[in-house]
Design a protein around this ligand. Sequence first.
Ligand code: NAI
Length: 328
Amino acid sequence: MKITFFDAKGYDKESFDAIIGQYPDLELEYWSAELNPKSASYVTDSEAVCAFVNADAGAMTMRVLESRGVKLLLMRCAGYNNVDLTAASECGITVMHVPGYSPEAVAEHAMALASAVSRHIHKAYIRVRENNFSLQGLVGVNFHSKTAGIIGTGKIGAAMARICRGYGMRVLGYDMYPNKDLDFVEYVTLDELLSQSDLISLHCPLIKETYHMINIYTINKMKDGVILVNTSRGGLIDTDDLVRGIREHKFLGVGLDVYEEEHDNVFENHEDDIMMNSTPSRLLSFPNVIITSHQGFFTEEALGAIASTTLNNAKGFLAGEKTGTELN
Ligand code: NAI
């Protein structure tokens, strides 16, 4: 079975090519184009396509893929908010994903962002490079003995909860399905979590119910001087309301690996371009905001796990076996 990869980068090729020898029934073809209705129309002889977080996997794309004979969409990521699963089913396309390739990779990045804003690492780094060894304005806060609030205690949230416990924090959780493995987490209501936490980290998926769950009303319920971290999906936070909250001095710091409108930016070098959206520039105009470009997943271990799970998904599909990673 040939699999056409969309939005394939050098690091994707490296991690998949390293193990493709173990899958004699699979052939890989790498395209740099993103998946969308237009690029989908060029697919030939591929029963399967493989896409990433920012693909346009909506109804139109599904219909085009169906017309090109595609039966399998392999998402080489965990989140699938960009995939129209109903349309995929209507078009006879099975969608599979990689549910938990390395929760620790994302959780460690979330804590890196939290630590960076709390200790002003982004400013300190630039100061020392400029031979400015003054500490003025760099006073930070301890996490030890503070309260962490984890919204969504699935695989990544659980890893983040464990990291926070390791820092000596009290850990609060909010989730409709409390994680029984986390006996040290106190499950509370969202309002209780917002009002008691010194560090709030978002780890729930982006769905209709969670879209803009961080807005001016929920921000107003947070403690003054809170640190907010989002490594989940940009749409969880209403950017305009976040800017308002920052201007009202609500936050000690904000660390974002994801943000609204990231779609046009992520994974590309735009340093010589006139940018058509201003979300990162607006947010980075504040001294207490750090943004990274959706790199929470980006570790050697995670890339290896993404490659092996994706190819095992394809192998299972080909053999007509259930792998447990089917989404429809
Ligand atoms: P998971 O499915 O294991 O956990 C999600 C948890 O959120 C579940 O426990 C679920 O019950 C809970 N949840 C659902 N709706 C909720 C709500 N309204 N309020 C509170 N909790 C709710 O997912 P996992 O693997 O932990 O991933 C979480 C998210 O992280 C993904 O949806 C994805 O968007 C994001 N992600 C980001 C990456 C990055 O590179 N920055 C990489 C991988 C995932």
